[in-house]
Design a protein around this ligand. Structure first.
Ligand code: ADP
Ligand code: MG
Length: 323
């Protein structure tokens, strides 16, 4: 790699201040040397964002830095893991220092809030901006929030509101008009998702299963159902929706968006009836909403029920990259 790129790495990535005692050696050698806590499981996850597939190439780099890390921290949250370290593979068409500086601002602002240290990575030239982050966290054995633990009778819950990111994306593509008063809220929901780390940690020992919502509620809850071997009934008129979503879309379009649009990065989880009161007490302290949206049933499949008890059918289930 040319000398100028070593200095870029030094200036933008190695120079950043945060130091964790469990990082024996960070950026600058052939490998980072990390000291995981004794007896803990290491939770490892990786997500890639590709220009013009996952974001507009001209998108605000600060937002990209935030989102590239946020989607990985969201996976740690959905596992009930405490975030610790990250690595970053960056492919750039050119060494644009302004872009890098702002990307790092977004990345490190979020990393610092959760005490995450960037410990290494790779920087390469390539035709389009590609951002890959691997995040590492810790979870005590037996306490991880897996997808396979839901049982009939467990309540189905979600954090926050659903469909905002999908609505923001539809607006960006000119498919729907949104009132000026909702614009900044919706853009924030798409570009600056807040990983539900505190919620994931609080759900250890309470939730029987969990997943983060990247591809839409119907599809992502479907993974819990498949892994657990059961089905669910959802009360679709009770799905938590923001004022922006309700004001923009009619009842059916809002429901479809809440059920099938991706990129919300909220948590969907299940809790046995015995834990419902404890969950309610804990969720009362959260800065985001927590809504009970349905129940796990023995019969496989997802059943959607309206407030009047009538059944409802989905035309399509979430976003499928190869669909
Ligand atoms: P090598 O050729 O041994 O893989 P590199 O030249 O790719 O080394 O990287 C030099 C050092 O800088 C390594 O410690 C690597 O982890 C770190 N590094 C490179 N790119 C990044 C990046 N985008 N973010 C964080 N660290 C990086
Ligand atoms: Mg390398």
């Amino acid at each position: 790699m040319p000398v100028s790129e070593f200095s870029l790495i030094d200036r933008y990535f190695a120079a950043h201040g945060l130091r964790r005692p469990d990082v024996a050696l960070g950026i600058g050698d052939d490998c980072a040397l990390l000291i995981p806590p004794a007896g803990c499981c290491l939770a490892v996850t990786l997500d890639t964002l590709v220009a013009d597939v996952h974001f507009f190439a001209a998108a605000d780099p600060e937002g990209l830095g935030h989102k590239a890390l946020a989607v990985n921290l969201s996976d740690l949250a959905a596992m009930g893991a405490t975030p610790a370290w990250a690595t970053l593979a960056l492919t750039l068409p050119r060494a644009d220092e302004d872009w890098l500086g702002r990307f790092c601002q977004g990345l490190f602002a979020l990393a610092d809030r959760y005490g995450v240290q960037l410990v290494g990575g790779d920087t390469t030239h390539g035709p389009v901006i590609t951002i890959t982050i691997q995040a590492h966290g810790f979870v005590p054995p037996g306490l991880a929030l897996r997808r396979d633990g839901a049982r009939p009778g467990d309540g189905v819950y979600v954090t926050g509101t659903l469909g905002d990111a999908g609505l923001a994306l539809a607006a960006a593509f000119g498919k729907v008009g949104i009132a000026a008063e909702h614009e900044s809220y919706l853009r924030r929901r798409l570009e600056r998702p807040e990983p539900r780390i505190a919620q994931g940690l609080a759900l250890r020992g309470i939730a029987s299963a969990a997943i983060d919502l990247s591809d839409g509620l119907a599809q992502d809850l479907g993974h819990i159902l498949e892994c657990s071997g059961y089905g669910a009934r959802l009360e679709v008129d009770g799905l938590p929706r923001s004022p922006a979503l309700t004001a923009t879309l009619d009842r059916d379009a809002a429901m479809m968006t809440a059920l099938t649009s991706g990129d919300d990065y909220e948590l969907c989880f299940t809790v046995p009836p015995a834990g419902a009161a404890q969950l309610e007490a804990i969720a009362a302290t959260w800065e985001c909403r927590c809504a009970r949206i349905g129940v796990i049933e023995a019969e496989p499949g997802l059943r959607l029920v309206r407030a009047d008890g009538s059944a409802c059918h989905l035309e399509r289930l979430g976003y499928d990259h190869f669909g």
